[in-house]
Design a protein around this ligand. Structure first.
Ligand code: ADP
Length: 219
């Protein structure tokens, strides 16, 4: 199967970090920025880089951007350029367009022009860091919906040697451990007799309330 090809518009802090990660994951990335210094800096890292104004439809067409599978609009500060680039990528016929928004209103406009996914890096990172500050054992989490979350938690020392049955979290809190990440490998769908050690990371699924309770009482 052909590997997905990405175009990243705007190689600021967010765009360049995202583009580098896609390269590290083995994908091809075309990076576009109107600033030639920025483009120069990324020229050794990305598959292709181009100096262009992404609000210029002709320039984008000549780069053949419609042939890319996914485009990311990573321009933030210049809201007008962000919205115009998003429209041009969408109108080019590109299958998926993701755009970064600086505010709720910016995000709503991007949705209205047909962007497939709007991301709010500053807002989401703020929420994430706040959650990790109040519960240091919470390593990461994904909100599956408004109500459900998957959380990755470091196992505290006091649970060393305890089995899932001992902790009894399904009965006590209603949430479930779906995986245990141990130094020697991952146990998917662990059984009640699986034992935890302080080096493990557990992956828990449940409602936000259930996970909060479990964290407060046990983790
Ligand atoms: P960050 O906060 O992620 O650093 P910025 O909004 O500060 O994001 O930077 C976005 C990047 O997008 C900058 O490198 C800027 O040169 C580039 N950029 C802004 N407008 C355009 C445009 N019309 N065409 C191409 N690149 C643009």
């Amino acid at each position: 199967m052909k590997k997905q090809q990405f175009v990243v518009v705007g190689l600021g802090r967010f765009g360049s970090s995202l583009a580098k990660e896609l390269i590290a994951l083995g994908y091809e990335v075309l990076g576009i920025d109107k600033n030639d210094e920025v483009v120069q800096e990324m020229s050794q890292v990305l598959t292709h880089v181009v100096v262009a104004d992404c609000t210029d439809e002709e320039a984008l067409r000549s780069l053949g951007i419609r042939n890319f599978d996914c485009g990311v609009v990573a321009i933030g500060d210049d809201i007008q350029a962000s919205i115009m680039s998003a429209i041009l990528l969408k109108d080019s016929g590109m299958k998926k367009v993701v755009a970064k928004a600086l505010s709720e209103l910016h995000g709503r406009v991007l949705e209205k022009v047909g962007v497939d996914q709007v991301v709010y890096p500053e807002r989401d990172m703020g929420i994430r860091v706040a959650n990790q500050l109040v519960s240091p054992n919470l390593l990461d989490y994904i909100e599956l919906s408004k109500d459900y979350t998957i959380a990755e938690m470091a196992v505290p020392k006091r649970l060393n040697g305890k089995s899932l049955q001992d902790i009894d979290l399904r009965v006590r809190f209603g949430c479930s451990v779906v995986a245990i990440n141990k130094p020697q490998g991952v146990i998917i769908a662990p059984s009640a007799s699986d034992v935890l050690t302080e080096k493990d990371v557990i992956v828990v699924i449940g409602t936000n309330g259930q996970i909060e309770e479990f964290e407060k009482e046990v983790i």
